[in-house]
Design a protein around this ligand. Structure first.
Ligand code: ATR
Length: 268
């Protein structure tokens, strides 16, 4: 065990994280000996956990809910994406033992779109939801130069907040018109609390691509709503694997093979 590279993911809850399984497969394919563990960390223990993890030889951490915002204060260096977002999902250490915070969600989303031939450049993109998941992909999508990048949220005050935060990226509040949406991204957790519905029918059609940032069972209600319009439906499994691969690349300077990753319990 002693010579294994110590990695992990922290969250609250953490039981359902797929990250240990994904990183184990990346490492195995490359012959790297890693020990990647899930750690249940509550908010009050966050700073101390991160400090001791790295002080005791930890090599890298993934950060999941609810710590993506608050982990940033433990870092000495922030990537430009983290500066913009105020949130991170990956911590690594440099040769001076400084902790670097990065965010790979946006890159993971773009990579999965590219793997699935989902075009963003010159397309009309609407993101539903204005929480952490939504924010994490906005800068990366904006860099792909969509014709229009719009956001809609149940609570309008959060839409306004994000439009102001990302005004330099051209993010606009959604306004009903008659132009079809090319790519509709569900970044809400609405399906967890009941059926999914969004009042934008007149701008959806069989060409619209529906992408859910969640995956497995959590996508069922969004998919069944989307199925009345289009067969082009994707869940967030590909993004999950790709964001993990970009974290792995930050730690090991190698982008792992993501084409054959097996996920069990994806429906949890
Ligand atoms: P995450 O980190 O997964 O993004 P979050 O920050 O709690 O989680 O954000 C959840 C998002 O889902 C929010 O945009 C929330 O809308 P509000 O800002 O109005 O709360 C959205 N959401 C959750 N339940 C919803 C529902 N039943 N209908 C519509 N939107 C919902």
């Amino acid at each position: 065990m002693g010579n294994q590279i110590k990695l992990g993911v922290i969250g609250d809850p953490i039981d359902h994280s797929m990250s240990p399984l994904i990183h184990a497969q990346f490492a195995e394919a490359l012959g790297l000996k890693i020990n990647y563990k899930p750690f249940h960390v509550v908010e009050r223990d966050l700073d101390e956990f991160i400090e001791s993890f790295f002080a005791e030889g930890g090599y890298g951490l993934n950060i999941t809910l609810p710590h993506k915002l608050n982990c940033v204060r433990s870092a000495n260096i922030l990537s430009s994406e983290v500066e913009l977002l105020g949130a991170a999902n990956t911590l690594s250490k440099n040769s001076n033992n400084e902790i670097i915070a990065s965010s790979t969600d946006g890159l993971g989303f773009i990579r999965d779109c590219s793997d699935k031939n989902i075009e963003i450049s010159n397309k009309r993109v609407l993101i539903l939801g204005a929480g952490g998941a939504s924010q994490s992909i906005i800068p990366a999508i904006a860099r792909m130069n969509p014709t229009k990048l719009m956001i809609d949220n149940r609570s309008p005050d959060k839409t306004e907040h994000l439009v102001t935060k990302f005004s330099s990226l051209g993010l606009q509040p959604f306004q009903h018109d008659n132009e079809p949406i090319d790519l509709l991204i569900n970044a809400t957790s609405a399906a967890l609390s009941g059926s999914f519905n969004w009042n934008i029918q007149n701008q959806l059609n069989e060409e619209t691509i529906f992408y859910d940032l969640s995956y497995g069972k959590a996508s069922v209600k969004f998919f069944s709503w989307a199925s009345q319009f289009s067969k082009n439906r994707f869940d967030g499994t590909g993004m999950l694997i790709a964001q993990a691969a970009f974290s792995f690349q930050l730690w090991f300077d190698t982008f792992p093979d993501i084409s054959n990753i097996k996920l069990s319990n994806t429906d949890d």
